[in-house]
Design a protein around this ligand. Structure first.
Ligand code: BES
Ligand code: MN
Ligand code: ZN
Length: 499
């Protein structure tokens, strides 16, 4: 959908539907709403008086203007109680109204933004409105061939403003479109089925990003990884006929001498569990096991489009985890890229094996920080549910930066402890470590395992097993791939610039 910023007055806008926001506890109409109510002979106040519209969070009521206004319809949008309003409620409400208008075959709408909605900067409010609208309208339908003519699409949203805000809004809309574009790019990658999102195809997508200014993309093939000794990663790949790829995206937005931020993403294009095979139920969802890798690609892409003055590296080990005569086995001992040895207890604990080599590889950049993103453990869903990202790490400052970005973006993050004692659970009798510590504290022992392969750099691990894939629609995340952590990482990076 296109978003155009226009100078003018909403009451004068010729539009299919003008969107007006209201609070539940709002005593009287003000601003554009008051003007429109007066011009339309009290259309809005009548609805409110009769309590057809109570302005509950994300409530939508559409009324016809019957030529009393240039606009054909008014869409009243509820924002709930004013004291409880925040950026995420704004995102959710704008997603809802746009989805509603789309469902009644409207292709174009107009709104203006009330700066008094919440106590946030104008930039953040514009961002929330645009994110809500664009992320909420996302749909994935490249494989639908029957009934394509019924697919509805919103084409245009006009943001009408006073002249003095025009530049600010236009600039912020552009930035937000870069971010939502990256989120939707990631949703597309994750939604794609594993037969059409192999490691090679994922690598091609990364090379596509690499054609952008300031980014280079290198892809290490199997032979090169063998030379380098990435045996932990290669063992996971050994059961698959698809060649593994180690994707390296380097974005240079700052001086060469400046230490980069390294983002590492788990890129399992399909996780069958390997010899320790998963149950059939929901195995199809394991096409999403590259969500972390995709999110890293999206974040690097957005950072470059925003021209952030930072150096950023994205590392994405990409492979399938399959079974077969050449597959790795429980009991195998692997020599990782770092030289440390790993006893395989469970071939389904494969994410940590590929990340181990990628995290060790990150050391060569002498990074300012390392953040890895992975659909790593089912245990994280047990602990925190479907909505929440699990965070573990060794650096309090980096964790607080992530927490700050989480609050701004509404991507919920909760920290789990990573005390040294948990490392006892991943000690192997005959190798340095084992790849599974059993059921207890599964998310933590996975992170403890990763920590053994991170050099002496500030590091945070984000487990997105829950929120990467949504079983049902929630506010501005239509069911399916969420693109989670793209906005979180971009916000984190933008905050790094401001320092
Ligand atoms: N990719 C899975 C984790 C996962 C499960 C993500 C459900 C999203 C939804 C991961 O590779 C895995 O299988 N982890 C095992 C680890 C165990 C064998 C130690 C798990 O969580 O059961
Ligand atoms: Mn697995
Ligand atoms: Zn996995």
């Amino acid at each position: 959908m296109k978003i155009l910023v226009k100078k003018g007055n909403l009451a004068e806008a010729k539009s299919q539907a003008i969107i007006l926001t209201f609070f539940e506890d709002q005593k009287k109409l003000a601003g554009a709403a008051l003007q429109i109510d007066q011009k339309s002979g009290g259309l809005i106040s009548e609805l409110i008086k009769n309590r057809d519209f109570e302005a509950k969070q994300s409530q939508v009521s559409v009324i016809y203007t019957r030529d009393l206004l240039p606009a054909k319809r008014i869409a009243l949008l509820g924002l709930g109680k004013s004291a409880e309003a925040d950026l995420d409620k704004i995102r959710g409400a704008f997603a809802k109204v746009m989805q509603h208008l789309r469902s009644i075959n409207i292709k174009e709408a107009a709104t203006s933004i009330d700066w008094k909605l919440i106590a946030e900067t104008k930039e953040k409010i514009v961002q929330a409105v645009v994110e809500g609208a664009l992320l909420g309208l996302y749909q994935y339908n490249p494989y639908k061939t029957v009934g394509r003519e019924d697919i509805k699409e919103m084409e245009q949203l006009n943001i009408i403003c006073e002249g003095k805000d025009f530049n600010l809004i236009e600039k912020e809309v552009k930035k937000t479109q870069i971010i939502t574009g990256a989120v939707c790019f990631v949703r597309d990658l994750v939604s794609a089925p594993s037969n059409e999102m192999t490691p090679s195809i994922l690598a091609k997508k990364a090379q596509g990003i690499g054609r952008k200014k300031g980014i280079t993309c290198k892809v290490l093939d199997k032979a090169r990884m063998k030379e380098l000794g990435m045996n932990s990663f290669l063992s996971v790949a050994s059961g698959s006929n698809e060649e593994p790829k180690f994707i390296i995206l380097e974005y240079s937005g700052a001086k060469k001498s400046e230490a980069p931020i390294v983002l590492v993403g788990k890129g399992l294009t399909f996780d069958s569990g390997g010899i320790s095979i998963k149950p059939a139920d929901k195995m199809d969802e394991m096409k999403t096991d590259m969500s972390g890798g995709a999110a890293v690609m999206g974040a690097v892409m957005a950072a470059s489009n925003l021209q952030l003055p930072l150096n950023i590296v994205g590392l994405i080990p990409a492979t399938e985890n399959m079974l077969g005569g050449t597959a790795y086995r429980p009991g195998d001992i692997l020599k990782s890229y770092s030289g440390k040895t790993i006893e395989v207890i469970n071939t389904d604990a494969e994410g940590r094996l590929i990340l181990a080599d990628a995290l060790s590889y990150a050391s060569k950049y002498k990074p300012a920080a390392i953040i890895d993103v992975a659909t790593l453990t089912g245990a994280c869903i047990v602990a925190l549910g479907d909505d929440v990202i699990g965070m573990l790490g060794t650096d309090d400052k980096l964790k607080s930066e992530i927490n700050r970005a989480a609050k701004a973006t509404g991507e919920l993050v909760w920290e789990l402890p990573l005390w040294e004692s948990y490392s006892e659970l991943i000690k192997s009798d005959i190798a340095d470590y084992k790849n599974s510590g059993g059921r207890a504290a599964g998310t933590i022992t996975a992170a403890a395992f990763l920590s053994k392969f991170v050099g002496d750099f500030p590091w945070v691990h984000l487990d997105i097993a829950g929120p990467a894939w949504r079983a049902k629609d929630i506010t501005y995340i239509p069911k399916g791939a969420s693109g989670v952590t793209v906005r979180l990482l971009v916000e984190f990076l933008r905050n790094r610039v401001k320092k």
